[in-house]
Ligand binder design. Structure first.
Ligand SMILES: [Zn+2]
Length: 547
């Protein structure tokens, strides 16, 4: 059997690998995992798939209290896609911020697997001796997906006839494409956010950047998606920062790739500033160049766009060593002597991202406002529940999260199209295309946040709101409550009046010391209980701050 050979017979490996490759070609190459392939003796410090599995299992066995290894799914050919979790009390899902690192979307980018293994060893082997590493492992949950594309990476080691044997210069996965002999999809053009939107990928199966027949058509992208989706716990995405490792160019890239706009509608200014600050700081630590992903070239359906666009994860592509070379061989196949210096080069940059990834807004000095136990700019779903008591009477205009419309009454603003941050807020109804009052509130509507654990010394609750009304009375109101242990306590209210009050964002800040150490939920209600009046309420930028 060709597979599972050991390194001691190193001189014979290229021929054996070649035989496996020829067999795979004759058989169509897609029936299942083919025999293990290997690097040539001159590059033997690189890890093939089997060697990677051996290494990560050895680390987990040596550090069982802080390292766990799991398969999170299978590649097209059935290889396990392995993840390690590194944290204190590793078997417990503690309420600690999570950081995700992944590698080897692109088969020929073997240095990325070495960087992932380096990161595992950095955290595991220095735990208990290096104070910085120890503190990060104790206060974070770090996930590493070592090899997103194991089929492609193994296949890449099977081309003895190539210009630089045994490498195939392969990039995509090994999924066949119906109606053509061209194999493979570019996994990093297959993610389902603006997939195929913008000429940043190819429709041709022959292309290196073939995007697939549909978003998520590759099992490998689905495995990453399902894992990241599974980290939404209690309505909140636990992963705050992410690095996907690629070669090459010595670059730190932030989203978006699909557009050259710096701050498109699906990114807030605050988040863009945070990306720039984090990216530049990272680059200052590893000597790379930081820029927006689309500054390199436009890509669509890539991983970091999805991570941020859907989950608001501060997600970066790192293009590792070397800088641009004139050939694919120079770009993606550095000699194995480069592994140690070029992975160690990223030590401080990795520790920085794992550290600031606890709350990326620290990078722009917004720790007090935005790094407390809760911050919601309402740009993505974070678990708010409408009508939680099933007692709401609103027949229309119930709270909803989305892009508001600009509406007015007699020239006075009622629902503001402009939100406090980004493009979405909570407001009482959306235009339904059924007349000017189709989004007017009638009755009472209630919305409640997910449970939030307050620390022993909590900072205040702070939110932006407006309560716009015409022909109103004190029967109408906007109210905010804190709910804890089944008791709902009003902390703010505005009642209606007969004086017209147009929409205008205002910030409310209220102390939460009465609920120190408790699990609380934030509740907003808006009521239109009078007649012949027009009521619009909205909420944005809800925070529980640091003291
Ligand atoms: Zn790549």
């Amino acid at each position: 059997m060709v597979g599972r050979h050991r390194r001691s017979s190193i001189g014979l490996l290229p021929r054996i690998a070649s035989a496996a490759a020829l067999a795979a070609l004759v058989l169509g190459g897609a029936a299942g995992p083919t025999a293990a392939a290997d690097f040539p003796p001159s590059d033997s410090l690189y890890h093939n798939y089997a060697e990677m599995v051996t290494d990560i299992n050895a680390v987990a066995a040596a550090h069982p209290d802080i390292v766990e290894v799991h398969s999170i799914g299978k590649s097209y050919q059935g290889r396990d896609i392995w993840i390690a979790k590194i944290s204190d009390n590793v078997a417990t899902d503690e309420p600690e911020p999570e950081i995700l690192i992944d590698a080897l979307h692109h088969a020929r980018e073997h240095l990325t697997l070495e960087q992932a293994l380096y990161t595992l060893h950095l955290l595991a082997d220095n735990y208990g001796t290096d104070p910085t590493v120890t503190s990060l492992v104790n206060s974070r949950e770090v996930w590493i997906i070592f090899d997103v594309n194991p089929d492609g990476a193994e296949y890449d080691l099977t081309c003895l006839h190539s210009a630089k044997p045994p490498y195939c210069a392969w990039r995509k996965n090994r999924q066949p494409n119906a109606g053509t002999s061209y194999v493979g999809t570019d996994i990093n053009r297959n993610y389902g956010y603006h997939w195929g939107c913008c000429s940043g990928s190819s429709t041709k199966p022959s292309s290196l950047t073939y995007r697939g027949r549909a978003a998520w058509s590759t099992p490998e992208a689905r495995v990453v998606r399902d894992f990241v989706n599974s980290r939404v716990v209690g309505g909140i995405q636990q992963i705050r920062a992410h690095i996907t490792l690629h070669t090459n160019g010595e670059l730190v890239l932030w989203p978006y790739g699909y557009t050259t706009a710096n701050v498109p509608r699906d990114m807030s200014v605050v988040d863009h500033n945070t990306f720039v600050a984090m990216g530049r700081k990272t680059a200052s630590l590893n000597g790379y160049t930081a820029e927006q992903s689309s500054d390199l070239y436009v890509t669509d359906g890539d991983e970091i766009d999805w991570m941020y666009g859907v989950h608001r994860i501060f997600s970066f592509t790192w293009e590792l060593y070397p800088t641009e070379k004139p050939t694919v061989w120079g770009d993606h196949y550095p000699a194995d002597e480069r592994i140690a210096p070029q992975t160690a080069r990223n030590r401080n940059a990795l520790l920085y991202v794992i550290n600031v990834g606890g709350c990326p807004y620290r990078a722009i000095g917004q720790t007090k406002a935005l790094c407390g136990p809760f911050y919601d700019d309402l740009e993505i779903s974070r678990g708010w529940q409408v009508n939680p008591d099933r007692t709401d009477t609103a027949t229309r205009g119930a709270w909803s999260r989305g892009i508001p419309a600009g509406t007015s009454s007699g020239g006075h603003a009622m629902q503001l199209a402009r939100t406090a941050s980004g493009t979405k807020d909570l407001s009482t109804g959306r235009p339904a295309g059924a007349g000017p009052n189709a989004y007017d509130l009638d009755g009472t509507t209630t919305i409640r946040s997910v449970p939030i654990q307050l620390p022993a010394a909590p900072g205040p609750l702070s939110f932006l709101y407006y309560f716009a009304h015409t022909n109103s009375s004190s029967a109408d109101s906007f109210r905010a409550y804190i709910e804890a242990g089944g008791v709902r306590t009003q902390i703010y209210r505005e009642l209606g009046t007969h004086v017209l009050d147009p929409a205008r964002w205002a910030r409310v800040t209220r102390p939460l010391t009465a609920w120190a150490g408790q699990s609380v939920q934030i509740v907003f209600t808006a009521s239109d209980l009078g007649h012949d009046n027009l009521i619009e309420a909205a909420v944005d930028d809800v925070r529980i701050e640091r003291p």
